[in-house]
Design a protein around this ligand. Structure first.
Ligand code: SAH
Length: 362
């Protein structure tokens, strides 16, 4: 067992089992050995590749979406363009460039804001954005942002926020926790805390013994906070992640290291821990804050936003090899065998606003 594993094991020995949410937080954000606090996990040499790291086209189209949404909102200024959880800063860099190309006056007047909980990743973001031009600032939390309409984009943020699991046992939903086996190793145990019946989606009720149900109050709380801010000061939001459009049963807790799945207890702090995002729950949170929420697959959204046209334009000025790379990127970002179907996008905006990119929304 590695150092963080031993630390977690001692913690459980002293204080009892940890919820899945607490285990995830320890692994991702332990100040000494946490995954996001110590590593740059992105890209071919890291553990996983995210959409903005596949191609500049992704961030550019998000930038174009933000400009169109800002125009729909009546071009308010001052305004804020925000990314939460920006990783290496690649998407924000592409957003800033794309906004500067489409609407230079907006780039000159807007505040580009980044909220990042890992100091190590915030440093990488500063390096990535040096020389981008524009007014760019880092903020510890959402409530420290300047006032004004907020146009926010996030990629793979919500899957990295903690979630809880419940197991069906003797007709009850009991919280799943992380405890110890006979030799001090980590294993799942069933705790005694029952699920608040109000949190149970109706479709999850007829469940067989051993079924798993996941909830993520931290994700819902963040969405509620973003939506409340947009409802009171204007703006819009767009969120990409892998997940499902309808709440359902199932264990989606996963660990990924060096582009492979592994057990969630194999290498604490050395693997990315995530679960699928329940977009139905996030949409409900946005709607409770009286915003509209639209959901779509990532592939349909990117095609509607002009991915093929952008690829064609980029390809027209490069050689055959670069052109082949651009087509491969289109396939990965939007194809059904890539991220096109598994990844979803949710847009939130004040009621009655027209939403770009959701022409194919059902
Ligand atoms: N958006 C990037 C990175 C995704 S990984 C990309 O697509 O490549 C998740 C990111 O969210 C990391 O930067 C991580 O440090 C950050 N993060 C996780 N929890 C956070 C929180 N509560 N507030 C702000 N950032 C957070």
């Amino acid at each position: 067992m590695n150092r963080l594993g031993r630390k977690i094991s001692r913690l459980i020995e002293a204080a009892g089992p940890l919820s899945v949410a607490d285990y995830m937080m320890q692994c991702l954000f332990d100040p000494v050995d946490g995954y996001y606090t110590t590593r740059d996990p992105f890209g071919a040499k890291g553990d996983f590749v995210t959409a903005p790291e596949i191609s500049q086209m992704f961030g550019e189209l998000v930038g174009a979406w933000l400009v169109q949404t800002w125009r729909e909102a009546g071009m308010p200024l001052p305004a804020i363009v925000l990314e939460i959880g920006p990783g290496r800063g690649t998407m924000m860099k592409d957003i800033v460039r794309s906004i500067g190309r489409i609407e230079p006056d907006l780039k000159a007047a807007v505040t580009f804001a980044l909220v990042e909980s890992s100091p190590r990743l915030a440093e990488l973001q500063q390096a990535a954005l040096a020389g981008s031009g524009g007014r760019i600032g880092w903020y510890k939390t959402l409530d420290r942002l300047p006032d004004g309409p907020l146009f926010v984009a996030c990629n793979e943020l919500f899957d990295a926020l903690p979630f809880r699991q419940f197991v069906r046992k003797d007709g009850q939903w009991l919280e799943r926790a992380v405890g110890l086996d006979e030799v001090g190793g980590l294993r799942f145990v069933t705790g005694t805390a029952p699920l608040d019946p109000a949190a149970l989606a109706p479709e999850a009720k007829p469940a067989s013994e051993g079924s798993i149900f996941e909830i993520a109050p931290v994700r819902t709380a963040l969405m509620t906070q973003i939506a409340a801010r947009i409802a009171s000061q204007g703006g819009a939001g767009i969120f990409f992640d892998y997940g499902h459009l309808e709440t359902g049963l199932g264990d989606t807790f996963q660990a990924v290291r060096k582009h492979r799945h592994e057990g969630v207890f194999d290498n604490p702090g050395e693997a990315d821990l995530t679960s699928h995002v329940d977009f139905a729950a996030l949409a409900a949170a946005a709607r409770s804050a009286s915003l509209d929420a639209h959901l779509l697959s990532q592939g349909d959204f990117l095609l509607d936003m002009g991915l093929l046209e952008r690829a064609g334009r980029l390809g027209s000025t490069c050689d055959d090899r670069a052109r082949a790379e651009i087509s491969a990127a289109v396939e990965r970002l939007a194809g059904p065998g890539g991220m096109g179907k598994l990844f979803k996008v949710m847009a939130i905006f004040p009621k009655g606003t027209a939403v770009p990119g959701f022409g194919k929304a059902s």
